[in-house]
Each structure stands twice: as C-alpha cells, then as structure tokens.
Write a protein that binds this ligand. Structure first.
Ligand code: MN
Length: 189
C-alpha cells in the first residue's frame, strides 16, 4: 500500500490569524509530506506494505528495529488527526453528547480546557496533548515526539501538536499563547 497525503479540510489561510498560511506551507507541505514520503520508502517490500496505518503503528511500537517506521507512521497518523482537530471559527463549547461526557469526566468544560492546556504547555520538548477515551472515561494525556494514543489502545478525540514547527513562525517561543488561541478559536469539538 502506498499512503497518500490527506487534503487539508480547509484552505491553508483559513485559520489565520491564529495559524498562518506560511505555517501550513511548512507544517503540511514539508513536515507532514516528509513523514508520508519516508513511511512509503521504509515499508516498501516489507511485511508492513499491506497493513493499515493503525496496524503499522501497533506492530512497530517499542520495537527498536522498527523505530523509524513507527516514528513516520505515528507522525502521519497524528498529523492527519491534528488537521481535523481544528476548524475555522472553532473553539467555544462541544455539542451536547461530548459536553456531557466531558462534564462527567472533568467536572466542567473549563476544567477540561485547563487540564488540556497544562498538558500542552508542560510537554517537555516535542510532542502532543490529547483528549482520549479510555474504556468509556475521558482523559487528558500528553505524548513525546511521535508517540500516539493509537499505540496504547486509547481512542483519540482531540489533539494539539506542540512540536515547535507547529507554532514557531507565528508565536516564536510562546507556546502558551498558541495553546490559548488554539483552544479559544480553532478547536473542532
Ligand atoms: Mn507537526
């Protein structure tokens, strides 16, 4: 199987001023593209060539001989989920079903937002913050580098990419400002 880049679900300038078209030129057009291209090269003529992205992730996780395949497969999956975790005129509050689940797990929507923001800001170095479902309970987790909830049998609901390449052109070192704007204006519940 050859993996193809997914289309962005909006124009590359549609999330301005919070994420610029220039950031998408690099983040989508170069970083994400490189993960997909590398994955295709690495799995060619291997046992992984016929697997889905999720199967590749689960079958290469924590196996040192497959670290490169895991990293590129997981980053492909994570970015495709990230593109869909945002939308123009996002933010606000989730619709009733998710809202109820969040209130059951976190108390209030505000408490969830605080926990998600803290996870995103305190992820040391590169990585991701997530809202995931774990056996019916919602949790906030953070993962390092390419690590992904898919490898841990957790169901991702929302994510934010906190690698510097996700925000540096627009926010420089101010990751907290990026996370704030993301939650307020872009989050696609
Ligand atoms: Mn990224």
């Amino acid at each position: 199987m050859t993996f193809k880049m997914i289309e962005l679900p909006y124009e590359k300038n549609a999330l301005e001023p919070y994420i610029s078209a220039q950031t998408f030129d690099y983040h989508y057009g170069k970083h994400y593209k490189t993960y997909v291209d590398n994955l295709n090269k690495l799995i060619e003529n291997t046992e992984f060539a016929t697997m889905s992205l999720e199967e590749i992730i689960k079958n290469t996780y924590a196996k040192p001989e497959y670290t490169a395949i895991f990293n590129n497969a997981a980053q492909t999956w994570n970015h495709e989920f990230f593109w869909k975790s945002m939308r123009p005129n996002g933010g606000g509050e989730p619709k009733s079903e998710l809202k109820q689940k969040i209130e059951t797990s976190f108390g209030t929507i505000e408490k969830f937002k605080e926990e998600f923001k803290t996870a995103a800001i305190t992820q040391f170095g590169s990585g991701w913050a997530w809202l995931v479902e774990d056996n019916g309970t919602l949790k906030v987790i953070k993962t390092s580098n390419a690590d992904t909830p898919i490898a841990h049998n957790l169901k991702p609901i929302l994510t934010i990419d906190v690698w510097e390449h996700a925000y540096y052109l627009d926010y420089q070192n101010k990751r907290a400002d990026f996370v704030d704007e993301y939650i307020k204006n872009l989050l696609n519940w």
